[in-house]
Design a binder for this molecule. Sequence first.
Ligand code: TYD
Length: 215
Amino acid sequence: MNGLFITIEGPDGAGKTSVIEELYPRLQLEATRKIVKTREPGGVKIAEKIRKIILDPRNEEMDERTEALLYAAARRQHLIEVVLPALNAGHIVICDRFVDSSLAYQGAGRRIGIPEIARINEFATEGTTPDFTLYLDVDSDTGLRRIQENRAHQYDRLDSEGLEFHQRVRHAYLKLAEENPVRIHKIDARMGLQEVVESSYSAIVESYPAYFKSI
Ligand code: TYD
């Protein structure tokens, strides 16, 4: 594996999707090798099917550990079909969410426990860890307000969670960032979109100058 594995993480309402949309073309212009932008389930047939089961509002009886195992299973398939082949070909992979999402959402949000979720994800990924993670940090009040203002997306099973769930998710992310200061780069996502994109861009390019033309 000689590519570069970058993940982007954050609680709901951090603006992850908009940031990636702006960040990706800029990185593409500067990269000295191919960049692959992906997100779980990433168009992978099996992972797409698993994701539909997780998000279906009719599956209200779903047990929390079932949910965690399904995320890990979808992750595994996406890793095998998309991420690892790209990394093995030497590409830069930008992945919207990875194991940290499960640690924060299932481990802390659903209160299963971070070590438990780390264990099943270790099995699923065989220890594949991102080289670099951008964590877009936003307080839960701001995050939830942003989601409510942009209610364009369809309601899914995870939208029914309240403020405390989102606070647990955010605190878990903050703790992960504190415990992994080399891998996880925290960015204040309460700033305007352009500032967040600028900080994200600089953080990546400055950390990996060999992969980009100029700073
Ligand atoms: P996603 O489709 O990435 O939407 P967003 O644009 O908010 O990032 O994620 C949908 C939801 O799935 C989101 O609330 C986070 C949740 N999620 C988990 O709970 N565990 C996971 O492992 C992943 C990848 C996502």
